[in-house]
Structures are given as C-alpha cells and as structure tokens.
Design a protein around this ligand. Structure first.
Ligand code: C5P
Length: 216
C-alpha cells in the first residue's frame, strides 16, 4: 500500500508524513532526500554531468526510517544532515529537472515500496511515480508560512541562514519545480487538497491519519 503527499517546499508534507508514519507504524519515504543525495553526488563531481552520471550508477544509495527520522546513506555513509545544506538546496532543483536523474530516483522508490506499507512525500508522486497510489494528498500553504517553517527547521539544526535567504530559495525552487518539463510539481486530479496555512501540525496529522485508516 502506498499513500503519497505532494506539495511545494515547506508546505509541511515531510514532517506531517513522518508523524503519520510513526503514529500508524508504517514506513516513511522522503523522495526529496533522494534528489538531495543525487545532488551531493553531482557536487562531489564538481558539477560535471558526465562524471556525475557515471558516479550515480556506481553509487549505493539507501535509506531507512528509524526513531521518527529518515536516514539517507551514500555508499554506506549517513548523509542525512549534509543533504540539508543551503548548497544542496540551491542546486537540487536543477539536478531534479534532469529526466535521467528522475528515472533513477523513481526506480529506486518503486522497488522499495513493494516491500512494505509506505507514506511518501514529494512533488510528482501522485501524478508520475505512483499514479495508482491508494491515497493521494496535495499540501499547500502561503509562501510566508512555508518560509518561516523551513527557517525554524534550518536554524534549529544549527545552520547559519536568514529568513530572507530561505524565502528566496523556496520561491526559486517552487518556480523551477512547477515549470520543468519532466514531471513538474502538480496536484493529481484525484488528490485531496489540504491548505495548511491556518492548520496546526496536530490537525494535519489527525486529518491524514483518519483518511488513511478509512482505506487500510
Ligand atoms: O522535499 P525537498 O524540499 O527536500 O525536495 C528537494 C527538491 O527535490 C525539490 O525542490 C525538488 O526540486 C526535488 N524533488 C522533486 N520531486 C520529488 C521530490 C523532490 O523534483 N518527488
């Protein structure tokens, strides 16, 4: 079984999906983290696309959800914190707009979800990756709210960044993610729309958990 939550950066999809997964004891898959790991490989290759693709094929990318945290590994090394840097955030949308990178990440995800019950978050899961998902949500919130949330998150992880920088990064990613030609950020026709601007975190978790329990 697969439940998907798509939406723009900072709309609350990841933290909500994580809390729902912990509450219902199912697996969580952060597809954005996989694009971030691919971006780390890209930066390690000094942005040389040819080297990057060779390296990506040779790399071992794995992940698991443990103690309410999603861990991503590159060649056995836990890179979960490293992939949240501003440098990765500034390059990830470019890397994710490449159709070969998307095919690579999609294959990784489709393989793994066969093995368990998953809630996954991303941009194109309901439209392109899992069009037959059992349940689909599309989360939105206004830019100001999303920037503040992401800023608090980045700040609490000890990184030095301003609210304005976070806001500009989110707006730039939204723009790129929504307008790229391969599988842009888009609400699936059959996805349930949730505007979290005025919702508390607990309300978001309760709403999605209730919907899931109805189809499990
Ligand atoms: O979810 P997060 O903000 O960490 O995602 C980082 C980036 O990965 C997004 O801005 C987007 O460019 C890309 N992404 C994507 N498709 C997904 C998930 C993320 O293109 N399903």
């Amino acid at each position: 079984m697969i439940v998907v939550i798509d939406g723009p950066a900072g709309s609350g999809k990841s933290s909500t999906a994580k809390a729902v997964a912990a509450k219902l004891q199912i697996q969580f898959l952060d597809s954005g983290a996989l694009y971030r790991v691919a971006t780390l490989v890209y930066l390690n290759c000094q942005k040389d696309y040819q080297k990057f693709f060779e390296q990506l094929e040779e790399s071992e990318i794995s992940f698991h959800f443990k103690k309410k945290k999603f861990h991503a590994f590159l060649d056995g090394r836990d890179v979960s914190d490293e992939i949240r840097s501003m440098e990765i955030s500034e390059n990830v949308s470019e890397v994710a707009s490449n159709s070969d990178v998307r095919a690579f990440v999609n294959q990784l995800m489709r393989e793994v979800v066969k093995q368990n019950v998953y809630i996954a978050d991303g941009r194109d899961l309901g439209t392109a990756v899992f069009p037959d998902a059992d349940l689909k949500f599309f989360m939105v919130a206004d830019l100001e709210t999303r920037a503040k949330r992401r800023f608090e998150e980045v700040k609490s992880s000890g990184k030095n960044v301003t609210l304005e920088e976070v806001k500009q990064n989110i707006a730039a990613r939204d723009e790129k993610d929504s307008n790229r030609s391969s599988d842009p950020l888009k609400k699936a026709d059959d996805a349930i729309l949730i505007d979290t601007s005025e919702m508390t975190f607990e309300e978001q978790v309760a709403f999605i958990s209730t919907e899931i329990k109805e189809v499990i």
